[in-house]
Design a protein around this ligand. Structure first.
Ligand code: GLU
Length: 309
């Protein structure tokens, strides 16, 4: 079933108009000092469809910190380098623990539960640090290519701010190193990971960057195979089961789409063979997901009948 972006425009406008209802119900991320200063009362949404169309509403062209959403793209890149090997080092199951938990590393003898919890993303960052001369430039270049935007960049101030308080990620990296699951210096790995998270993108750019995940890895416009065939299906399955922190089950129930959220307030969702959606609103619920973003995706999926189930 194809959907033209223009058909969704009125629904997106209505969703953006209602978004302020959710303002004040969550809290802006407090763990990254610079992000704590972001104006909480913002909302943007963009949909990129396979026919090349874009529909937007609200602050869809305002750049924000994609944070953990970057884990989807760093995973896609790391799989280029070492598909089989990566899965001996990282699992593919939900963790049932906070995304930055250290206890699971001990329980699993240094093999993180999945690539979207921080320890798993650190192993992914280790793969990229080992193979790419400048891992941050490699990831940003990949995002620019996917998003068709040279504006995409790393916000070095956000990375610096996070590194000043990244004690838990340093601890996770040290533990992974101790278990022999990092090949590079743990400090270099945390630095690369933190800079990946500090990628700054707009909803429009993020929706476009995720569109190949809805198109079996192909660029919607040129048809170029940007990800190997079959990879999108696998990455989408991980997003569905592990992409929304401890709310992945609730999100699958209420929205029914593969998605990944970040503590910057963004959520990206994939509608296989149809479209990609990016939504952003900085206030987070207790599990770390954007309150207005979650609600927006629930309404969009319901009213446009997008659930994969
Ligand atoms: N850079 C953040 C951290 O490592 C990302 C958290 C997130 O978005 O889930 O804590």
């Amino acid at each position: 079933m194809t959907t033209a972006a223009a058909e969704l425009a009125p629904l997106l406008a209505s969703i953006a108009e209602d978004a302020p209802v959710y303002f004040g119900q969550g809290k802006v991320n407090g763990s990254i000092p610079l992000l704590a200063k972001v104006d909480p009362k913002q909302f943007g949404i963009a949909v990129a469809t396979l026919d090349g169309g874009i529909a937007t509403a609200g602050a869809a062209n305002v750049p924000f910190s994609i944070q953990s959403i970057s884990k989807v793209f760093s995973l896609c890149l790391a799989l280029d380098y070492m598909e089989g090997d990566l899965w001996t080092r990282v699992g593919r199951n939900p963790s049932g623990q906070r995304f930055n938990s250290l206890t699971r590393i001990e329980q699993e003898q240094g093999r993180p539960m999945n690539p979207f919890v921080n320890p798993g993303a650190l192993v992914v960052a280790d793969c990229l640090t080992e193979r790419a001369a400048t891992p941050v430039h490699t990831l940003i270049g990949f995002l620019r290519k996917l998003a068709h935007s040279q504006r995409v960049n790393c916000d070095y101030e956000v990375a610096k701010s996070e590194l000043s308080t990244a004690f838990r990620n340093y601890a996770a990296a040290a533990l992974l190193k101790d278990y022999g699951n990092l090949r590079c210096d743990p400090r270099a790995v945390v630095s690369a990971y933190t800079h990946f998270c500090a990628a700054s993108m707009t909803c429009v750019e993020l929706a476009k960057a995720a569109l190949p995940l809805a198109n079996d890895g192909r660029d919607a416009k040129s048809g170029a195979q940007l990800l190997p065939a079959g990879r999108a299906r696998r990455v989408n399955s991980l997003m569905l089961t592990c992409g929304l922190y401890d709310a992945a089950g609730d999100f699958a129930y209420r929205v029914g789409l593969p998605a990944k959220s970040g503590v910057g307030g963004g959520i990206v969702a994939v509608v296989p063979n149809r479209m990609a959606i990016a939504v952003w609103s900085p206030e987070l619920d207790a599990l770390g997901n954007s309150v207005a973003g979650f609600a927006a995706l629930e309404r969009l999926a319901r009213d446009a009948d997008l659930s994969v189930f």
